[in-house]
Ligand binder design. Structure first.
Ligand code: HEM
Length: 416
């Protein structure tokens, strides 16, 4: 696709079966789809399979229903709440760094997945259900492992094939449902606010709309969605960041100086203000390796774009991976350069030359959560360790639901 994008320009047309697909490669075209004309686009048909697990959660629902759910879920992502989750993020990062030993070689991607899974489980369901969280995590992994192409725009074509993994997937989903509904029942029975995301969802009332709350099924769908959307993405961002730091000693040294300036005690959520360079590193890492590497939309009505007439029902594909590496907006695109994120440099670029969290009404609800989590984990681990890549060739890129390092990411742990 990158080759074709370079060859054919800002709009690339291709067909897969009967599907008409347009790849949009310019920030202004992307803005028009995600923001200006977002009412002319849906994403539901691209997400049929995801709906089998996520039901009508935020990621998969549409229209008025989506807007209502978004209003109901928003308070769970309020800045004060996220600060409270920040303490759990550091606590779990501390557990991870305490488990590691000098000289050991580890699959860092696997470690980051375990860590972000534990964090989303803790912030979603509270500590005392950690056992259930592990159980849910396992069932989810089976479910999503089985349908890893699920949120990609082509999945509806594959959906029609009678594949054996569908059976495994159904079993994993049933297990997941049983656990989640049991937890919801227990919570409803006590009515207690435990300060976690699940409590927020159960207590949510639509004060701007009909005044009602969520049914058990809706709470289940949102919990599942947050669980899925909320860990693999951040784990990938972190894995690629550790790899990039290991390859750029000067950047790593400056990162260490910033982290060391926090002192020896564990970072706190309000330390985010003292970690601007760490934020720039994470931003630059997500430019080169955007965890969500493409988003798709289907046009409801015909529309015009870049002088072309595009018929209703066409699929529009926008790829973070391609746009983030476009030399018109990111000179020397292959170079890892956190300085691109100095506020005055970043402000000179068009808004949608960088969109790791999407945009418009469907922008990632967990964006602030993810920044807090990414920055705090990097700082907490770097207080104690540096990570060295042990492979001879750069890690392969595996574009599954999210952009993973292929075959994991083997790194050696060294004390600082
Ligand atoms: C680095 C980490 C993350 C990245 C790169 C990321 C990326 C994205 C993107 C690109 C979308 C929009 C998809 C589309 O427009 O089709 C999205 C939506 C979403 N994300 Fe994230 N995400 C991250 C972390 C999180 C976290 C931590 C959570 C929750 C705790 C979360 C929850 C969601 C939800 C619920 C949606 C659907 C929002 C809606 O449609 O209203 N994400 N994410």
């Amino acid at each position: 696709m990158i080759e074709s994008a370079k060859k054919y320009g800002d709009i690339v047309f291709f067909k897969v079966g009967n599907e008409r697909i347009y790849l949009f490669n310019h920030p202004d075209l992307i803005r028009d789809v995600l923001v200006t004309n977002q009412k002319n686009f849906t994403k539901s048909r691209a997400l049929v399979r995801a709906k089998r697990v996520l039901g009508e959660g935020l990621l998969t629902s549409e229209g008025e229903f989506h807007l209502r759910q978004r209003r109901l879920a928003q308070p769970a992502f309020h800045r004060d709440r996220i600060s409270a989750y920040g303490r759990s993020m550091v606590e779990y990062a501390d557990r991870t760094r305490s488990r590691w030993t000098d000289g050991r070689s580890l699959d860092v991607h696997d470690e980051m997945m375990r860590l972000t899974l534990a964090i989303v489980a803790k912030t979603l369901f509270s500590a005392d259900v950690e056992k259930e969280a592990a159980e849910i995590g396992e069932a989810l992994t089976t479910a999503f492992g089985a349908f890893n192409i699920g949120i990609l725009p082509f999945s509806e074509l594959l959906e029609k094939l009678p594949l054996p993994y569908i059976k495994r997937f159904e079993a994993a989903r049933a297990r997941l449902d049983a656990t989640i509904y049991r937890i919801i029942d227990e919570r409803r029975a006590t009515g207690e606010d435990r300060g976690d995301l699940l409590s927020m969802l159960l207590l949510a009332q639509d004060t701007e709309g009909d005044g009602g709350g969520m049914t058990d099924t809706q709470v289940r769908d949102e919990a599942m969605t947050i669980f899925l959307a909320g860990h693999e993405t951040t784990a990938n961002a972190l894995s690629w960041t550790w790899y990039l730091l290991s390859q750029h000693p000067e950047i790593e040294a400056r990162f260490h100086r910033e982290v060391d300036a926090l002192g020896r005690s564990l970072p706190r959520p309000d330390d985010l203000a003292n970690l601007p360079y760490t934020r720039m590193i994470l931003a630059e890492s997500m430019r080169l390796y955007p965890p969500a590497w493409a988003v798709g939309r289907r046009a409801i009505n015909d529309f015009e774009a870049g002088g072309y007439h595009i018929p209703a029902r066409s699929m529009v594909l926008m790829s973070q991976y391609i746009t983030h590496r476009d030399p018109r907006f990111h000179p020397e695109p292959e170079r890892f350069d956190p300085e691109r994120w100095l506020p005055e440099v970043a402000a000179a670029r068009p808004r949608f030359s960088y969109f790791p969290f999407g945009g418009g009404t469907r922008i990632c609800i967990g964006e602030q959560f993810a920044w807090m989590e990414g920055i705090l984990i990097l700082a907490t681990i770097a207080q104690k360790w540096k990570l060295r890549y042990v492979g001879s060739a750069p890690p392969a890129i595996e574009p599954r639901i999210t952009l993973r390092p292929g075959g994991g990411l083997r790194m050696r742990i060294e004390g600082r």
